[in-house]
Design a protein around this ligand. Structure first.
Ligand code: TXA
Ligand code: MG
Length: 334
């Protein structure tokens, strides 16, 4: 059931549902989340069951404001505080040492916990209302079945989990890809998942060099958002340089009838598309705009029965890192 988030009664109903240990679909500025009371292991177990996600994959806990971290984090290093000040509320998740008594199920058994304070006004209103009912944090992975494309509208969430789930509608997500994740448990910030907030922004706010996952001695936990093959539409995704993409289109030629494969092309370049059976969609030139549309575009290709998506390679600059990461992983799933 989709509830219009502009109605205060809808927010109150969603907060009550969380308090009662039920699941709620909620908007954030990045993607929609599938939320449950992080303080209830039984409620959190429903998330893993609904998503079909392995129970040792940790979830992110969402808090109403920076003071909310104290219920879950055992300590907050100074550089993590600086990151919170610079980017919260916003699309940044911090991995912090966990209080042993808090959020064990949400953390998937890790002794650390992922915390994020989202900037979407409706997420904020819901987190505040839930806190008023004693819910200190809301565990919420992206509201999609395990391995699939994250949802950026309330209708996407309903499509994943059906009409019995209460979904708060907060409109299409502004950021469009999941939060940047920084591990703050290792003395220096470590980038676990790229997002809208870039390496340079993290380094300038923390005053520290950002390490990559590959620089860690003890590996980060296996986690869905960091698996090599993830974020996959039904169609197979291939990344190609613009020239190779044009050459492949030229080979298809005018006679291509889409009989064996429906092909979609998603490119920033202007290409000559020989056959009307090829679905051609321009990707925005701006990284943030491309991120905002990315998952909806992949879902749209699936809905049109596309079996192959040819995507033009993305710029190597750091503003594109989040989009590059998601598409490389979508391509690895093929
Ligand atoms: O933008 C987002 O982050 C969205 C919205 C709903 O907030 N949430 C999201 O959650 O993407 P999810 O569950 O799909 O991704 C959570 C990822 C895990 O796959 C893992 O990479 C990381 O967060 N994570 C969470 N807790 C962790 C921990 N204790 N240690 C290491 N990684 C952790
Ligand atoms: Mg996810």
């Amino acid at each position: 059931m989709i509830l219009d988030g502009r109605d205060p009664a809808a927010v109150a109903a969603a907060a009550q549902a969380l308090r009662a240990g039920e699941l709620v679909g909620l908007p954030t500025e990045t993607v929609y989340g599938l939320g449950a009371d992080a303080g209830s292991d039984a409620a959190v177990a429903k998330i893993f069951a609904a998503k079909g996600r392995p129970a040792d994959h940790p979830l992110i806990v969402h808090v109403a404001d920076a003071s909310g971290v104290d219920a879950f984090a055992r300590e907050v290093p100074a550089f993590a505080r600086q990151l919170m000040q610079a980017f919260w509320p916003g699309p940044l998740t911090l991995i912090l040492p966990r209080r042993p008594e808090a959020g064990a199920a949400a953390a998937g058994g890790q002794d650390s916990i992922g915390l994020r304070c989202p900037s979407h006004p409706l997420a904020h209103a819901l987190l505040l209302a839930a806190r008023g009912l004693g819910v200190q944090g809301v565990a919420a992975p992206s509201a999609n079945k395990f391995g699939r494309v994250s949802p950026t509208t309330a209708a996407h969430v309903q499509g994943e989990f059906g009409d019995s789930l209460l979904v708060l509608d907060g409109g299409p997500c502004e950021v469009g890809i999941e939060s940047t994740i920084i591990d703050c448990t290792r003395g220096a910030p470590v980038l676990l998942r790229p997002g809208l907030i870039t390496r340079e922004q993290v380094e300038s706010a923390s005053g520290l060099r950002l390490l990559g996952k590959e620089e860690l001695e003890a590996p980060a936990p296996r986690a869905s958002g960091t698996l090599e093959a993830h974020y996959a539409p039904n169609a197979r995704v291939r990344l190609m340089e613009g020239q190779a993409l044009q050459a492949a289109l030229d080979v298809l030629g005018r006679d291509f009838d889409g009989g064996k494969a429906t092909i979609a092309v998603y490119a920033r370049s202007i290409l000559r598309v020989p056959s009307s059976k090829v679905l051609y969609r321009r990707m925005p030139d701006d990284a943030a705009a491309a991120a905002q549309q990315l998952f909806a575009a992949l879902r749209d290709f699936d809905a049109r029965g596309v079996s192959l998506i040819w995507v033009e390679q993305l710029p190597q600059t750091s503003d594109w890192e989040g989009v590059r990461d998601r598409l490389q992983r979508a391509a690895a799933a093929a």
